[in-house]
Design a protein. Structure first.
Length: 233
């Protein structure tokens, strides 16, 4: 049975992709210079947040994912980043290929929220491989790629930021329910506003957010009925 080893040697942001995309460079080695006709791979990519340190500002930004820092010993668990497939063409012994990973800037996704919270440094990733190999010198054999094949990689945070900036330069992203979007679109049409930025600015102006909030009224304490033990009739 052919043994396979995987190494991630680098990553880059794809400047020509239609959406945010990372391209990981993989080195694949087959044992004993085996002839591989094709390799059908499945790759799962996980973030391992416990394998790096965090500045106070980063810890604050990650509070909604992992809770208070005092609880990180139990809450700093791996996050699912992506699952992709890859077809590797014929090679003998060793080859290098690109693993293309489409990404999203949806901050409701845990992995994206994690990336957005980091200021610098590296993201500890674990790439897990499985799949099917077609090997052999005369004819071919069908072999599984064992589930324990993996590769660790530390991705620079700046690569993620570069990718996001290519597609959303100087912008953020927010997701809204359909009925709220319809209401915003109707408001924009009625006011003949040229952009969504102008629409939000107009709404902020109507809300007059520069005015201080009114003083809070003292709360009235409600008198609750006393709860007595319930007994059977």
């Amino acid at each position: 049975m052919t043994e396979f080893a995987f190494t991630c040697t680098g990553v880059r942001a794809d400047p020509y992709a239609a959406g945010p995309t990372l391209v990981f460079r993989l080195r694949i080695t087959a044992s004993e210079e085996a002839r591989v006709h094709a390799l059908a791979l499945r790759c799962q990519i996980r973030i391992e947040p416990a394998r790096r340190g965090y500045e106070p500002a980063e810890a604050d930004a990650l509070h909604d994912l992992f809770g208070d820092r005092s609880r990180w010993g139990s809450t700093l668990q791996p996050l699912q980043f992506a699952q992709v497939t890859l077809m590797v063409p014929s090679f003998t012994g060793e080859t290098e290929t690109d693993l293309v990973v489409p990404c999203t800037y949806d901050l409701d996704i845990a992995a994206t929220r994690y990336f957005d919270a980091l200021r610098d440094g590296e993201v500890p990733l674990l790439l897990l491989f499985s799949g099917t190999a077609f090997t052999g010198d005369a004819g071919f054999h069908v072999e599984p790629v064992p589930w324990d094949r993996e590769a660790s990689f530390r991705m620079p945070v700046e690569v993620w930021r570069e990718m996001v900036e290519q597609h959303f330069p100087g912008c953020g992203w927010i997701r809204l329910p359909r009925d709220t979007m319809d209401a915003l679109l109707a408001f924009r049409s009625r006011q003949a506003l040229p952009s969504w930025e102008a629409t939000v600015q107009a709404l902020l102006g109507l809300a007059d957010v520069t005015q201080p909030p009114p003083p809070e009224r003292p709360a009235h304490r409600a008198v609750l009925p006393r709860v007595t033990e319930r007994t059977a009739p």
